[in-house]
Design a protein around this ligand. Structure first.
Ligand code: SAM
Length: 230
């Protein structure tokens, strides 16, 4: 199905106010009008002006996974203009609202200041259902994720240049709760770049079980089952 026609199906999959839905509709349309871009080896200046956003159907899946697992602490590696972050924030905020006084947070990461500024504008436009659940860490995530992570992390979205995927997982791994999900975009389309990540996830000692869902480019989903004997 063409991605633009997935938009209405995607938006029907999520529980959101008309204000949030309008922001998502506008941003997806902008993102889908870009020429496709898949990270193979690293930062490419051509991508600086682009959303390079997660496809709508993947966003819907991630939102529903977060809702079904009650996730409240999420790390997003690669935020760009903040489109996927809106789904993450909406889900953790809604999960937090299921019981009184629950905390929740999406740690978003972006090292391009102009992109970070645009992301903040989009979250402001989406309003409190989204904006208040996001902590944006600006700078290289290999530094910004070194400290002050939540005690337990429920979900890690790897939507980043492939050489940064494994370094990110290594930083977050010690805080993943048993049952946490790691998602990585385009693992088939960028399989060479993701080899070290996939090898890590497949090594039994690291405690993951993994599958790849047949979305465009392949969406890896890995569940942290805990280290044996830990
Ligand atoms: C694929 S895009 C993220 C798209 C976003 N998840 C979405 O769906 O809207 C990857 C982003 O990671 C950012 N990035 C690249 N290297 C980074 C680094 N070392 N630290 C933080 N962000 C980085 C890029 O600037 C780019 O905006």
């Amino acid at each position: 199905m063409p991605l633009l026609s997935l938009l209405s199906t995607t938006l029907a999959s999520i529980d959101a106010s008309p204000r949030v839905l309008q922001v998502l509709r506008d941003l997806h349309k902008q993102a889908l009008s870009e020429s496709p871009f898949v990270s193979t080896s690293g930062p490419i200046t051509d991508a600086l002006e682009k959303f390079v956003a997660l496809d709508p159907d993947k966003c819907a899946l991630v939102y529903l996974l977060l809702r079904s697992t009650g996730a409240r602490f999420v790390v997003e590696a690669g935020t760009s203009f903040g489109l996927s972050t809106i789904y993450l924030a909406l889900a953790v905020g809604q999960n937090a609202g299921l019981a009184p006084a629950q905390s929740a947070k999406v740690i978003a990461t972006e090292n391009e200041p102009t992109k970070a500024a645009r992301a903040r504008e989009h979250w402001r436009a989406a309003g409190d259902d989204v904006e208040k659940w996001i902590e944006l860490r600006e700078g290289d995530l290999r530094e910004t994720l070194k400290t002050d992570l939540p005690e337990q992390i429920d979900f890690l979205l790897l939507d980043i240049w492939t050489p940064l995927a494994l370094p990110t997982l290594r930083l977050v791994h010690p805080r993943l709760k048993v049952g946490a999900i790691v998602a990585a975009d385009n693992v088939i389309a960028a399989s060479k770049g993701y080899k070290d990540l996939v090898d890590f996830l497949e090594a039994p000692a690291n405690g993951f079980k993994t599958t790849t869902a047949p979305y465009e480019g392949g969406l890896l989903l890995s569940v942290y089952l805990g280290k044996k004997g830990a």
